[in-house]
Design a binder for this molecule. Structure first.
Ligand code: KG4
Ligand code: ZN
Length: 340
């Protein structure tokens, strides 16, 4: 018997996503974003994000069904992000998912947002090899993980950021540089015309201390970039934005890929998977390619549209759970905004 079509719903931040997956195959997906509504505030406003999800949720589910050429009645299970994320935003997604699952008489599965980012890559490149090292780099997270079977084994945390996430660093520095929100793509675009060696920004926690071998820190880098901009402005010079952006991007990409490749070597793992919004960064991608090739490691990075938040990645985890025979969520399942 074929496994059921799984509808995945994502609403942890400013993207409302729906995706449909069966047997590891993406059938269709759709996305709505409230990003533009947050732009003038320079960051995501939780209340605005939650309201936008209320508007977008059902239309996005219908668009995903249209994209797949399927009807509501074809949905065999529903998966939804329960955390981590903004609580109001998560609540809208969970309430919608519960209602749909109840009305359709199908099981509901709660999904960890980060497991979704990891699973996104399986939709493009097939099942993850066991084991693999995963670098998750987004606006809220920077983590190095040792992953075995996503549906069965716990993910082993090798290291996390001790302060800001990599995407947060890009977003905050972009603000200081006067670039638009979201900052990551703006830094990426601006950096194209710059010299990555122009400003010697620090490479935090790369001294080789075993206690911080797989830990990240981007707060100091953010401050260094802000100080550099202040100094340039105080000297009456026009900010050499392209050089600043390229140098910042180089520092972030250097630290991320250096530690990720070191983890693969130390744990004798042959595959590195880089996921999350910052995996869309052109220098993170090219430096990861260079360093993995040099170390004989296979690199997997999802296509750009699956790197940032989306519903397909949540459906991908739901599909794995369904096929592994996981028990559905209880009727009183709740959100977990600060899920570890
Ligand atoms: O995974 P994601 O969509 O949402 C979270 O779960 O956080 O990641 C969003 C983050 C933002 O910080 C955004 O600035 C960053 O990913 N980002 C990028 C690029 N595209 C998105 N950062 C650097 N370069 C990019 N091209
Ligand atoms: Zn995310």
């Amino acid at each position: 018997m074929p496994s059921p079509v799984v509808l995945g719903i994502e609403s942890s931040c400013d993207e409302t996503g729906a995706g449909l997956v069966r047997d590891g195959r993406l059938l269709g997906h759709a996305l709505a974003s409230s990003m533009d509504e947050h732009a003038r505030f320079g960051g995501v406003v939780p209340e605005i994000a939650a309201r936008a999800h209320v508007h977008a949720l059902l239309p996005v589910v219908h668009r995903a069904l249209d994209d797949a050429g399927l009807a509501m009645a074809d949905i065999g299970a529903v998966a939804v992000t329960t955390g981590p994320g903004l609580s109001g935003a998560l609540q809208v997604g969970l309430a919608g998912a519960k209602s749909l699952a109840y009305a359709l008489g199908v099981p509901l599965h709660g999904v960890h947002h980060l497991a979704g980012h990891v699973a996104a890559d399986t939709l493009e490149h097939g099942p993850l090899p066991d084991p693999c090292v995963v670098l998750i780099v987004s606006g809220g997270h920077t983590s190095l993980l040792l992953v075995r079977d996503l549906a069965r084994d716990p993910i082993v945390h090798l290291g996390d950021t001790v302060d800001d996430a990599a995407g947060e660093c890009f977003d905050k520095v972009a603000r200081v540089f006067g670039l638009p929100y979201p900052g990551g793509p703006a830094i990426d675009r601006t950096a194209r015309a710059g010299d990555p060696r122009a400003v010697p920004f620090p490479r935090p926690l790369t001294s080789g201390d075993p206690r911080t071998r797989y830990a990240f820190s981007f707060s100091g880098l953010k401050t260094a970039a802000a100080r550099w901009a202040e100094r340039e402005r105080a000297a009456g010079r026009e900010l050499p934005l392209a050089d600043g952006a390229a140098s910042l991007q180089e520092a972030v990409a250097d630290v991320l890929t250096r530690k990720a490749v070191a983890a693969c070597t130390a744990y004798d793992v042959g595959t590195l998977v880089v996921v999350g919004g910052v995996a869309a960064n052109s220098r993170v991608r090219s430096l990861a390619e260079e360093r993995c090739a040099a170390a004989g490691i296979t690199l997997r990075v999802p296509p750009l549209r699956l790197c940032t938040d989306n519903g397909a990645m949540i459906a991908a985890v739901g599909d794995l759970l369904v096929r592994a025979g996981a028990a559905p969520a209880p009727a009183d399942v709740s959100i977990d905004p600060s899920a570890p």
